[in-house]
Design a protein around this ligand. Structure first.
Ligand SMILES: CC(C)(COP(=O)(O)OP(=O)(O)OC[C@H]1O[C@@H](n2cnc3c(N)ncnc32)[C@H](O)[C@@H]1OP(=O)(O)O)[C@@H](O)C(=O)NCCC(=O)NCCS
Length: 384
C-alpha cells in the first residue's frame, strides 16, 4: 500500500455489521431502541397487538392506512383466493421433505417464481399483487410440508378460518380454539414488520438489483433461517428443556456466560430497553402453561429472566422470541416450525420493504477496506 492509501484507510470508519448505520428512509416502521417503542405506520404495536388482526395489520402495512370494513373484507377475499399451491410446487416440497422446514420454505418460494404469471413485472401494482399471493402461499407451504413429512396429504385450507387460525389448522390438523387462534394472530402481528432487520435488508439488497419479488423473498427466508435472527424461538425451547426446572436457571446462565455464549431470546441489535413485543407473548405463555397444567415452562422462563437481570444494564433484555417458542410448543407445534412461523408473520414486512426499495431504487453496494497481501508476482504452478 502506498503512504497515501494508508492515510486514506486510517480515516475510514468501518461499521462492522452496519451497526448504527442508516442506509435509507422508510415510512413504515418506527423503532426507538432506547425507549422500547415500536410503531407500524404510526400506530403503536401495543394497540395493534391488543385490537387489530393480522389481516388488518397487513393491509395497514401495505397501504399505509387502516382499512374500512369494506376494504378489509375485500382484502380478506384476495388473501383467501390465493390460498393454493401449484401441483409442481407440492412435488418440490415432497422431493425435499426431509430438509429443515426453512430450507423447504426457501426452496418452495423460489419454485413458485416459475408459476406466478407476473413474476417479471416489478411495477408497484404487480409487486403488491404478487406479495398478497405470497403472503397466502407461505403458510400454505409450511402447512403442506408439515403434513407431507408426516406421510399425509396436505390439509385443504378452510375459507371460514382467518389467516392465523387456518395456518394452525393446516399445520396441526385441528381447528384451534378462539383463544389459541387469537394468540397466533397476535404473534403474527408482532412479527409482521421490523425495519431494516437482517432478512428485510437481504430482501432490499436483492430488490435493489431489480431482481423480482420471489428472488427477494427467497433471500429474506435464507437470512431469517439463522440462529441470530429467526432461529432464536426454536433455540429458546431447546434451552427451556435443557434448563429443566426453574432452580437450574441461574447455573445455566452462569455457564453460558463463562463460555461467552449468548443466552437465546435475550439481546437485540436495536433494543436497549425490553423489546416491546415480548410482553404480549409473555401473557400468552403464562395463561397457556397454567391452563395446560404445565406451569413449569412459564416458571423456567421467568427464572431465566431473573438470572439475566445483571445484563439488563448492558442493554440485554428479553426479545420477542423469548416467549413465542413456548407458546408454539404448548400448541403442539414441532420446534423446527418456529422459524417458519416467523416467516409467515414477516411476509407483509418483507413485501412493503421491497416495495419501498423499488419506488426509489438504488443499487445497494457498500465497500470493504482491503487488508490483504501487498502486490505480489504470480508464480506459475510448476514453479511453486
Ligand atoms: C441478537 C444479537 C445477535 C444482537 O447482537 P449484538 O447487536 O452484537 O449485541 P450487543 O451489541 O447488544 O451486545 C452487547 C453485549 O451484550 C452481550 N450479549 C448480547 N446478547 C446476549 C445474550 N443473548 N446473552 C448474553 N449476552 C449477550 C454481548 O456479548 C455483548 O457483550 P460484550 O460487549 O462483552 O461482547 C444477540 O443479542 C444474540 O445473539 N441474541 C441471542 C439470539 C436471539 O435471541 N436472537 C433474536 C433476536 S430478535
Amino acid at each position: 500500500m502506498t503512504e497515501e492509501t494508508v492515510k486514506i484507510a486510517e480515516k475510514i470508519d468501518i461499521h462492522r455489521g452496519l451497526k448504527g448505520v442508516y442506509f435509507d428512509r422508510s415510512a413504515v416502521c418506527y423503532i426507538d431502541g432506547r425507549a422500547g417503542e415500536l410503531r407500524y405506520r404510526g400506530y403503536s404495536i401495543h394497540d395493534l397487538a391488543q385490537s387489530s388482526t393480522f389481516e388488518e395489520t397487513c393491509y395497514l402495512l401495505i397501504n399505509g392506512e387502516l382499512p374500512t370494513k369494506a376494504q378489509l373484507n375485500q382484502f380478506d377475499v384476495e388473501l383467501k383466493a390465493a390460498r393454493a399451491l401449484p401441483a409442481p410446487v407440492l412435488d418440490v416440497i415432497k422431493a425435499v421433505r426431509t430438509a429443515h422446514p426453512m430450507d423447504v420454505l426457501r426452496t418452495a418460494v423460489s419454485a413458485l417464481a416459475a408459476f406466478d404469471p407476473e413474476v417479471a413485472d416489478n411495477s408497484r401494482e404487480a409487486t403488491l399483487r404478487k406479495g398478497v399471493r405470497l403472503t397466502s402461499q407461505v403458510p400454505m407451504i409450511v402447512g403442506a410440508h408439515a403434513q407431507i413429512r408426516a406421510g399425509k396429504e396436505p390439509i385443504a385450507p378452510d375459507s371460514k378460518l382467518g389467516h392465523a387460525a387456518n395456518f394452525l389448522y393446516m399445520v396441526t390438523g385441528k381447528v384451534p380454539t378462539a383463544d389459541t387462534a387469537k394468540l397466533m394472530d397476535t404473534d403474527m402481528i408482532l412479527h409482521a414488520e421490523h425495519g431494516a432487520n437482517a432478512s428485510t435488508f437481504a430482501a432490499r439488497v436483492v430488490a435493489g438489483t431489480e431482481a423480482n419479488l420471489h428472488a427477494a423473498i427467497t433471500a429474506a427466508i435464507a437470512a431469517l433461517s439463522g440462529a441470530a435472527h429467526g432461529g432464536a424461538a426454536e433455540n429458546v425451547m431447546h434451552m427451556a428443556k435443557e434448563v429443566g426446572a426453574p432452580e437450574n436457571a441461574a447455573e445455566y446462565v452462569k455457564k453460558k456466560r463463562a463460555n461467552k455464549e449468548a443466552v437465546m431470546g435475550f439481546g437485540h441489535r436495536v433494543y436497549r430497553a425490553e423489546d416491546p413485543r415480548a410482553r404480549h407473548m409473555k401473557a400468552g405463555v403464562e395463561k397457556l402453561s397454567r391452563e395446560m397444567g404445565q406451569p413449569q415452562w412459564y416458571q423456567i422462563l421467568e427464572a431465566l429472566v431473573q438470572a439475566m437481570k445483571p445484563y439488563s444494564r448492558l442493554g440485554v433484555n428479553v426479545n420477542v422470541d423469548f416467549y413465542a417458542g413456548v407458546v408454539y410448543y404448548l400448541n403442539g407445534i414441532p420446534a423446527d416450525l418456529f422459524v417458519p412461523i416467523f416467516a409467515v408473520g414477516r411476509m407483509p414486512g418483507w413485501l412493503v420493504s421491497v416495495q419501498e426499495q423499488l419506488e426509489n431504487n438504488i443499487l445497494i453496494r457498500p465497500l470493504t477496506l482491503y487488508n490483504g497481501p501487498e502486490p505480489r508476482t504470480y508464480v506459475a504452478i510448476d514453479e511453486r
